[in-house]
Design a protein around this ligand. Sequence first.
Ligand SMILES: Cc1ncc(COP(=O)(O)O)c(C=O)c1O
Ligand SMILES: [Zn+2]
Length: 411
Amino acid sequence: MSSLDLTWLECAACGTVYSEDRPRNRCEECDSPLFTKYDYDLLGRLVHRADLQHRRTGLSRFQEVLPCSTSTLNEVSLGEGATPLTPVSRLAGRLGLRRLWIKDEGLNPTGTFKARGACVSLARLKELGVERAVLSSSGNAAAAWGAYSRRAGIEVRTVIPAASLESNRKELAACSSHVTVVDSFPEEAGPIVAELIEDGWFDARTLHEPYRLEGKKTMGYEMAESLGWSFPDVVVFPTGGGMSIVAIYKAWQELLALGWLTSETLPRLVCVQYEGCAPLNRAFEQGQSQHDPWSQPSVPPGGLMAPDPSAGALVLRLIRESEGVTTTVDVSEAERYLGVFARDEGIFTCFPAAAAVAGLAKLRESGAIADTESVVVMNTGAGIKYSSSLEIDADEELRIIQNNDLRKETG
Ligand SMILES: Cc1ncc(COP(=O)(O)O)c(C=O)c1O
Ligand SMILES: [Zn+2]
């Protein structure tokens, strides 16, 4: 079955519908993001969740609700997805929870969940004949796009901050991927990307193309499947731009629309940000529907540097609709939980996930998350990618080095 006949693009704001047969960016009527839609009624009648039992693991497992063909996906694939939902009972006991899992995205190629979005988007762009694409990223997405661009045979240029992970820079160098490093991010990245788009490069920035969200949403499908086609009560996200929240929520809504899962309620969405860059937490606490950009952000490298999240209003709406909550943590709390998690469970998480666990601990303490609730924490990346930004002092205390200027190190 060709999924393409059953697939179209729809503007998130004004609802204008577009065909999915050519590369598209944003709505031509109102410049809002486009989302991929499928004929869920028909697909739900044709495909049942039991059919998945006989399929291989990986993203193609969800082929009917992906924008690219399985054969192109397999050509571009590096084995992403199918990450475990690992029960973490010692950590659960420490936090006074009965059921706690970690969705371990650190096991993806290039070490983060960004692999899913890069794989699906580049597979679809390849099918659509795109030859050159550009994006700016705090680093992990750039590294994923650098790797998958080689698989897809598409030239990709990225713009990343100097205060990014050394591993990202080295991954990009290894792939001979063209990267521009800027001191002031995202301010200096904007004009560089805009000039390339003007020159005909495809705009692959977050929410400027509809395809990568489709890759990321597979996390939501997998989570439900791992729980025997059910939802947890709460999912805790380390949140930067908020696209992982948007993507997973889309998956859950699709699961209901397909009839693969019936549930009255969707999980509560919990957003954790660093105190040094928390525009969504501030807006949530002040009851605002739109955030104000955060001035002078300060966060450790590797994911949560998003002073002006592009999907801010949507993320705030989803958190409220799901009766979720937001919180902030400081870097020392994240450092503490990085060590606690590793010692309790043997999982070396990325800094953002350590912040998420610290946030979960805070919300348990305040009672915002009850001991009876089943909780999933997203480990969005592998701790080993962050090693060069981590110091261990004589007492074996961990210290995250803030905003390391990698150019000094790699000179
Ligand atoms: C490891 C890691 N965790 C979390 C995030 C934040 O994800 P989102 O932008 O979807 O909120 C990022 C984004 O760069 C990341 O690289
Ligand atoms: Zn529109």
